[in-house]
Design a protein around this ligand. Structure first.
Ligand code: ROI
Length: 163
């Protein structure tokens, strides 16, 4: 049986919508991996330093036969192919891919923590995740519909689909 994983996408540099749309298509091309659903795309105010452009965010669901760390390797390689620039910590970036959830796995590894440790606090992840899986229970955090991030969900703006 393949595993089910959720991946957060974010970009706020050099045509952010284009980076997100291309990255979603590329997720479907990863080895042993199939894209099964994507959320709407959202514009969001930056969390962290405010002196940077708004982000485009979305969440994708994939079925994969890669292990969590092998999937992480693939996501990092995909980021690199987008000529990822990251000038400072929590600063602007061309493409950020976060492995949010992998089945109901909990993992504390130097390279990867599951669920993603910031997930519950970030509306730009929780709102699109809830769109894909309204009844989801996050291991260690509880129902996606009851996470603290909903308090700042008003900052998100759903975008129309691209033609
Ligand atoms: N803020 C928003 N709104 N969206 C992001 O994807 C995002 N990513 C980040 C930081 C800089 C923390 N802020 C963000 O890495």
């Amino acid at each position: 049986m393949p595993s089910l994983a959720y991946i957060g996408l974010g970009s706020n540099l050099d045509d952010p919508r284009g980076h997100v749309e291309r990255a979603i298509a590329e997720l479907d091309g990863l080895p042993l991996t199939r894209l099964t659903a994507t959320s709407r795309r959202y514009a969001s105010r930056p969390v962290g330093p405010q002196d940077q452009p708004d982000f485009i965010n979305a969440v994708a669901r994939v079925e994969t036969r890669l292990s969590p760390l092998a999937l992480l390797d693939q996501l990092q390689a995909l980021e690199q192919r987008h000529a990822r620039v990251r000038r400072r910590h929590w600063g602007p970036r061309t493409l950020d891919l976060d492995l949010l959830l992998y089945d109901d796995r909990r993992l504390e590894h130097p390279r990867l923590r599951l669920p993603h440790p910031e997930l519950a606090a970030r509306a730009f992840v929780v709102v699109p995740l809830h769109e894909l899986a309204p009844r989801l229970e996050l291991p260690g955090f509880g129902p996606v519909a009851a996470l603290p991030a909903w308090q700042s969900a008003g900052d998100l703006r759903a975008l129309l689909p691209e033609r």
